[in-house]
Design a protein around this ligand. Structure first.
Ligand code: GDP
Ligand code: MG
Length: 299
């Protein structure tokens, strides 16, 4: 194993910059949920890339923003914790947005960091070269970066260059995880996240952030080649329950169908999906319940 490298790469950046997209791209599988709405990643998710020269462990962090609810406070704490705990930091910037309030917060948080920071300008497919150069110039004046890249996490353009730079920076050492592992998350957790993603995509504003998904049943019937998943969709109010169910149960049916198709694709097996909608008042403020959902454990 001489020369083998392994270490942790934190992906930081404002909500919607493309952190989860990049994570999924590098591990070649969908392990983090992606929606056009900010703040969909609630928990730290590890994505593991196993290559001949090393094990690259990526950490997708929730965005940094003003903490209001307990859930939000937890997300911010996770993000900060991740900065100082990794071997390399990938600072993602949205080429269509440039420098803003969130970037200022991150720049300040990174100013005294001894961990090398790579600036990665994402969504280069949406802007021209001049714009990228402009963003680059602005950022290098504010913080010392080990290197600067521009990529499209969506198409994968430029990502290999970033991986090569990571390979050079990672410390030598044996792998932390078995080589067939792509994430530290359980299949149950991923199933819940896939369902939550569909809900977020199919509902508007108020509702999505009040939704949690808890997988109660996860059983494979090998003879029949069917995976039985039973999940509770948990909301804070009766009115939200009504919205999720929809007129004549239409929306819930749609959530069910789209979730099932996505689950079948991920697990590569037929899925029998049962969904229940439950009201749990103020669950986003309930520390015990957050823990039960997997948002509470310290690591
Ligand atoms: P996160 O909040 O930082 O995890 O961002 P996501 O990965 O969830 O992405 C937010 C949105 O940006 C989604 O709609 C993605 O499809 C989109 N997106 C991410 N990367 C790119 C990219 O390189 N190009 C384009 N055009 N869209 C992207
Ligand atoms: Mg995300």
């Amino acid at each position: 194993m001489k020369g083998f490298k392994s270490g942790f790469v934190a992906i930081v950046g404002r909500p919607n910059v493309g952190k989860s997209t990049l994570l999924n791209y590098v591990v070649g599988q969908k392990i983090a949920i992606i929606t056009p709405k900010p703040q969909t990643t609630r928990n730290r998710i590890l994505g593991i890339l196993n290559r001949a020269d090393g094990q690259y462990i990526f950490i997708d962090t929730p965005g940094i923003h003003q903490p209001r609810k307990l859930l939000n406070r937890y997300m911010v704490a996770q993000a900060k914790h991740t900065f100082y705990d990794s071997d390399i930091i990938l600072f993602l910037v949205d080429a269509t947005e440039g420098y803003g309030k969130e970037e200022e917060l991150i720049v300040n948080a990174l100013r005294n960091s001894s961990v090398p920071v790579l600036l990665v300008i994402n969504k280069r497919d949406l802007v021209n070269q001049e714009r990228i150069q402009g963003i680059r110039d602005e950022f290098v004046n504010l913080l010392k970066f080990h290197k600067v890249f521009s990529i499209s996490a969506l198409t994968g353009d430029g990502v290999e260059d970033v991986l090569m730079a990571l390979g050079e920076l990672l410390p030598e050492g044996p792998p932390y995880f078995p080589e067939d592992m792509v994430t530290d998350r359980t299949e149950r957790f991923i199933a819940a996240e896939i369902i939550r993603e569909k809900i977020m995509l199919l509902t508007r504003q108020e509702v999505p952030y009040a939704v949690a998904v808890l997988v109660d049943t996860f059983k494979e019937n090998e003879q029949k080649g069917i995976l039985h998943i039973g999940a509770s969709i948990i909301v804070e109010k009766d009115s939200q329950k009504g919205i999720i169910i929809g007129k004549g149960g239409n929306l819930l049916k749609k959530i069910g169908t789209e979730s099932r198709l996505a689950l079948e694709e991920f697990f590569a097996i037929h899925v029998y999906l049962e969904l229940f909608v439950k009201v749990r008042k103020d669950w986003t403020k309930n520390a015990h319940f957050l823990k039960e959902l997997g948002y509470g454990e310290k690591s």
